[in-house]
Design a protein around this ligand. Structure first.
Ligand code: FE
Length: 222
């Protein structure tokens, strides 16, 4: 699938993406990738390798059931349960599995703790490695070349693009998912949420806050 990746990269590109960007699809309303996906699906169904209903269920799963709400629950638990937070930062894969979130692209998770001194941001500079079990499928911008380049060169500029401004003294650390590692940013718990329960806190944890391109939502009354 990843025809233009250097094998030396050691990157387990099991993300089902075709990283080739062709310029030869101008005469169709379908993208090159759409056409390839449809052709593959038809072929696999015709050969009896996949059941179309099973495929629909898988898509349904990632569109509706597996998404940032999972990661938000992990973050909210870390905010309220110090013992859980300790386990999460020691071994994120196992701590996340405690909440039932496991599966592809989540085999080697690392949780990154934001502090007043350090803000973490995640990118995959080569493609789109992303922690599916906790965040679902990546947003389009995450896979875009401009984000992948700018996150490394100018992370503060990326934050500005997302409307986020951090103090000058906060160091922005960029993690490149180029390994079999998937990162989850654990943002700082917002002030004004003392006594909130996990469910209320989880509602503040946005997808972008867990990628590091955003911050949690500001608390209103719980
Ligand atoms: Fe990648």
């Amino acid at each position: 699938m990843s025809s233009n990746h250097s094998p030396a990269h050691g990157h387990a590109h099991d993300d089902g993406e075709d990283h080739h960007h062709g310029h030869d699809h101008d005469h169709s309303h379908l993208s090159d990738m759409d056409i390839r996906v449809r052709a593959l699906q038809s072929l696999l169904e015709a050969k009896g390798y996949i059941d179309p209903n099973a495929l629909d269920e898988l898509i349904q799963l990632y569109e509706h059931e597996v998404g940032p709400q999972n990661g938000a629950r992990v973050v909210a638990k870390a905010w309220t349960d110090p013992a859980y937070a300790e386990r999460l930062f020691a071994d994120a894969t196992t701590a996340i599995a405690e909440l039932g979130y496991t599966g592809r692209q989540g085999e080697h998770m690392v949780a990154l703790k934001n502090t007043p001194d350090t803000h973490n941001m995640v990118v995959c500079t080569l493609c789109s490695c992303y922690p599916w079990p906790v965040l679902g499928l990546p947003p389009t911008w995450y896979k875009s070349a401009p984000y992948r380049a700018k996150a490394v060169a100018d992370p503060r500029g990326v934050l500005a693009d997302f409307g986020v401004s951090l103090p000058d003294e906060t160091y922005i650390e960029v993690y490149d998912s180029t390994a079999e590692v998937r990162y989850l940013v654990v943002p700082m718990r917002p002030d004004g949420t003392e006594g909130w329960d996990e469910a209320a806190l989880a509602n503040l944890v946005t997808r972008d806050a867990m990628i590091g391109t955003g911050l949690p939502a500001l608390p209103t009354s719980p």
